[in-house]
Ligand binder design. Sequence first.
Ligand SMILES: Nc1ncnc2c1ncn2[C@@H]1O[C@H](COP(=O)(O)OP(=O)(O)O)[C@@H](O)[C@H]1O
Length: 285
Amino acid sequence: MAAITRLRLAKCASFVSPLPPRTFSSSQVNAPPHFAASFRRVPPLDNLSKRCVQWVFLGCPGVGKGTYASRLSNLLAVPHIATGDLVRDELASSGPLSSQLSEIVKQGQLVSDEIIISLLSKRLAAEEAKGELGFILDGFPRTIKQAEILEGVTDIDLVINLKLREDVLLEKCLGRRICNQCGGNFNVASIDIKAENGSPGMVMAPLLPPANCISKLITRSDDTEAVVKERLRIYREMTQPVEEFYRSRGKLLEFNLPGGIPESWPKLLQVLNLDDYEDKRSAAA
Ligand SMILES: Nc1ncnc2c1ncn2[C@@H]1O[C@H](COP(=O)(O)OP(=O)(O)O)[C@@H](O)[C@H]1O
């Protein structure tokens, strides 16, 4: 345990690379006070030994943000916070927002910045109460406004932009299945695209559920063809500018997924300089 903690601290320190000068002034940002407060616990940049991962995953619906963010979260022992999950939890709770959110999500639209920031603040406060440092955000920010607010309250170290061709994204969204008992995420899509006209082929095996989950599989209500196409359109319109926001600040790491998890995970670890970290971590466990 102590070895893991030491490894974690050492790794946290080495993740923090000197960032380019910030071009955004936090005074321009209209962050709600409670949101800014949620981030105030993060130690300043020069206090490297106490500083941890503050990463963001960007990418179209179906690209695998949740899969890779969750794997990295387990590896690095930092919370994985997916705003899509926060929205779905709120929907399932039948709280005051739930009927309003249900319509928005069903149509593939974005929830308002105010609501999403309020849900995220609550989750960050809960992590803070548990004494957690650092986070891997998945699905936030999704608008320039959200990116500006986030930039005004904390320093994101790295933004990983996952990329896949659009026909594969659609197939993957339509193939998504969730076990309504254990919460496991699976995918029944079998992608096998032949190389043609100089573009490489791509094989992604399905991620099939174990036998005891098969009868409990559900599909997300927003994973229908029409709604996925609308979410992809909204991504291009509202979220693609966020890529440029981070690119211009020198924080964007573009990662073209070469295939399924077996091909992509080792390559992702390699570009993140974490390939030998995974070995050390499992050796220390
Ligand atoms: N940062 C956000 N801003 C606005 N709406 C969000 C945000 N994150 C999630 N949502 C809402 O939750 C839905 C599901 O999000 P998510 O699970 O991240 O889906 P996707 O598969 O499209 O990446 C979105 O379509 C949107 O309605």
